[in-house]
Design a protein around this ligand. Structure first.
Ligand SMILES: Cc1ncc(COP(=O)(O)O)c(C=O)c1O
Length: 378
């Protein structure tokens, strides 16, 4: 749905990162543009150049470059882990709501999906009974996104420990997608699963907390033997990452620049969160949320029986504005709305969404008298 519409609407509010950095901003961080122009456009090292892997390794205490593979985005890293581990008949467990790449990939490989819920009422804590049922001795992989897309929730240390202990008991791999680590809004840096167990594989990349999705650089880090298998799979799939992107990524992940990117992301999100908060107050309690702790997404619950797909279609066709229906991320009666854009874009996008949602409840559109009659019930 996103691929179909995101470039055709006026306001793409289905995004999930922050306003992206430009190459010029990276030049200000020390990127050598002149040297870049002289790069021979050959193949790059297929598992990522050593300088890049060394810099990524600095994020993960105790890692070695053999434990790291650079990929075309976090999504490819997730894909490679699935290709390397999953066989027909295996079980993949995952929390919902979530970023829904893994269920599709796992299913295509003949695996079965078992889900457990994150509960709105408890600040998106996992439902532990469901978790224990989903992560059983026959569960090959547990997939988590932490901080989570779309709730913006961060697991507590206790919850992480509980997850680790269960997976060690059941012999389950923990695939921790940490692409939002570093995109915390008003809280300390999220703890990584890295180092908590030999069964942990972390995936991440430049797309969210760094604000650089366009270069398509991600990585995976895990036990070297598993990483070697992923590297073989990578050869069959895309051979390796783009050489120019590897170069750009070396600047971005450099320890000092990494903190600059994270700070930029935090500043955008802190600013935008206030705007989203104000916007939500305009619906008389019919739109509610647990404020995100990290990331650029507002996951809002709406009071109505109208299916989320119908609402999203309505917003798209009448306001040329794209949002993600909750059902697409595993949770009906919710909408996933991007809050990582520039202020005028964010305000106008929210205004357009608001017009349609107010129509559902017969609320007057803000300041609009002539528009009032034009907004029919959904
Ligand atoms: C949790 C999560 N993982 C991975 C991705 C894809 O990341 P990339 O652009 O690095 O492939 C997304 C994109 O929305 C995401 O939300």
């Amino acid at each position: 749905m996103q691929s179909t519409w995101e470039n055709l609407v006026d306001y793409d509010m289905s995004e999930s990162g922050v306003t992206p950095l430009t190459l010029r901003e990276l030049v200000d961080m020390g990127f050598d543009l002149d040297d870049f122009l002289d790069q021979p456009l050959g193949y790059s090292q297929s598992n990522g150049t050593i300088p890049l892997r060394e810099r990524i390794g600095a994020i993960y205490a105790g890692s070695t470059i053999e434990a790291i593979e650079v990929t075309n985005g976090t999504s490819e890293a997730n894909y490679l882990v699935a290709l390397s581990l999953l066989e027909r008949g295996d079980v993949l467990a995952m929390e919902v709501p979530n970023y829904m790449q893994m269920p599709g990939v796992a299913r295509s490989l003949g695996a079965t999906i078992r889900t457990f819920s994150l509960r709105h009422e408890t600040g998106w804590e996992p439902d532990w009974d469901e978790f224990d049922r989903a992560v059983a001795p026959d569960t090959k992989i547990l997939y988590l996104s932490n901080p989570n897309n779309p709730t913006g929730a961060v697991l507590s240390s206790e919850a992480m420990q509980r997850i680790i202990e269960r997976c060690e008991r059941t012999g389950t791999w923990i695939l921790a997608d940490e692409v939002y680590l570093g995109a915390e809004i008003d809280r300390p840096r999220t703890r990584s699963f890295w180092g908590m167990s030999d069964r942990v594989i972390v995936t991440s990349g430049l797309s969210k907390a760094f604000g650089i999705p366009g270069v398509r650089v991600g990585w995976l880090i895990g036990p070297p033997s598993l990483v070697a298998t992923c590297w073989s799979q990578h050869d069959y799939l895309t051979i390796g990452p783009n050489k120019l992107s590897d170069r750009v990524a070396q600047t971005a992940v450099d320890a000092r620049n990494r903190e600059r990117c994270y700070a930029r992301t935090r500043a955008i999100l802190q600013h935008n969160l206030k705007i989203a908060r104000e916007w939500l107050q305009d619906f008389g309690g019919r739109l509610t949320w647990q404020e995100p702790q990290a990331g650029a997404i507002a996951l809002v619950k709406y009071e109505s029986d109208v299916p989320s797909i119908q609402l999203a279609d309505r917003v798209r066709t009448r306001q040329s504005t794209l949002i993600v229906p909750g059902v697409h991320v595993g949770l009906e009666r919710y909408l996933r709305i991007w809050i990582g854009g520039r202020e005028p874009f964010l305000r106008e996008g929210l205004r357009r969404i608001g017009l349609e949602l107010k129509g559902v409840w017969g609320l007057p559109p803000e300041g609009g008298s002539h528009e009032r009659n034009g907004v029919a019930s959904c």
